[in-house]
Design a protein around this ligand. Structure first.
Ligand SMILES: Nc1ncnc2c1ncn2[C@@H]1O[C@H](COP(=O)(O)OP(=O)(O)OP(=O)(O)O)[C@@H](O)[C@H]1O
Length: 274
């Protein structure tokens, strides 16, 4: 059984891949013409992801999920607290390349970031070229391997993103996220912009990738039903705090009232609970 506050059970997970410990983050907002006020977005957030785990992070819009993801990727700094990747504090990663080889994120609307002028092959090669010393022949091999892993034909390598279907484009984004074989992968709303049929296919693909690769994933979503399909453990956030942490098979046992409501409703909409 999962423990409190987003932490894994020591009986079930031996090695932690990623950890946020007592993280706090706030932003300034205008309060009148000359004043600004700080409001807390993350309050004392602790969350752990173990080796080979697939963890879901669910909560209402604005509760701080994406902020946590941006902090995890070092795109912003926390005011206090610590984060750890593969047992090392973020402060110990002086080498940016080493850090970003170990952790990758797929953002919501990732397909919009696919360079329309590049062929798919160039798009997939870019992280290998800049973050590894891999020779060209090995890069080609890796690209073909990753296309097979996301169930796309190698013939698509020569086309540009504009010719792809929505589902194919999402698979390419996923391929680019995992091509470096990072230790830890964050997926921020990976299916929310897709229609139901494609959503289903991408969730199935994620399940397959997780099973076959044994990598650790954290999937952020409003959609508890989608998270239930892929995650072994689910962490609930509410107003910047982790309020519940439970194995997916024991969702019926959640105690926190907010989490209970979300479990009963199933889906959290952009504007709050349905
Ligand atoms: N750069 C920023 N400056 C000021 N406020 C911000 C900034 N980024 C996020 N916020 C605020 O922080 C809160 C949390 O935002 P965040 O995007 O992390 O929530 P979320 O749970 O991911 O929401 P959603 O599911 O809608 O993406 C919101 O109130 C948001 O307006």
């Amino acid at each position: 059984m999962a423990g409190p506050a987003g932490l894994v059970s020591k009986d079930e997970v031996k090695l932690l891949i990623w950890q946020a410990k007592n993280v706090n983050k706030s932003y300034s907002s205008r309060a009148g013409m000359f004043k600004s006020r700080r409001h807390a977005v993350l309050s004392d957030v602790s969350l752990q992801v173990g080796e080979k785990e697939f963890v879901g992070l669910v909560g209402e819009s604005g509760c701080g999920k994406s902020t946590l993801a941006r902090l995890a990727l070092r795109l912003e700094r926390a005011e206090s607290g610590n984060m750890y990747l593969a047992g090392r504090s973020y402060a110990d990663y002086q080498d940016k390349q080493e850090f970003y080889r170990s952790i990758q994120i797929m953002f919501q609307h990732a397909t919009a970031a696919l360079n329309p002028r590049w062929q798919i092959e160039q798009i997939l090669e870019e992280p290998l070229r800049y973050l590894t010393d891999m020779p060209p022949a090995k890069r080609q091999e890796q690209i073909r391997e990753i296309m097979a892993a996301v169930s796309l034909p190698a013939s698509l390598l020569n086309v540009k993103p504009g010719t792809l279907s929505g589902g194919q484009a999402q698979r390419i984004c996923l391929a680019r996220t995992i091509i470096l074989k990072p230790k830890f992968i964050i997926l921020d709303e990976p299916t929310s912009s897709l229609d139901v049929v494609i959503q289903e296919q991408i969730l199935e693909l994620l399940r397959k990738l997780h099973q076959e690769s044994g990598l650790a994933f954290l999937m952020i979503s409003h959609d508890l039903e989608a998270i239930k399909r892929v995650a072994g453990r689910i962490v609930f956030m509410h107003e910047g705090r982790v309020v519940e942490n439970v194995k997916t098979s024991r969702l019926h046992q959640v105690k926190n009232q907010v989490a209970k409501r979300l479990v009963n409703i199933g889906i959290v909409n952009q504007g709050g609970t349905k």
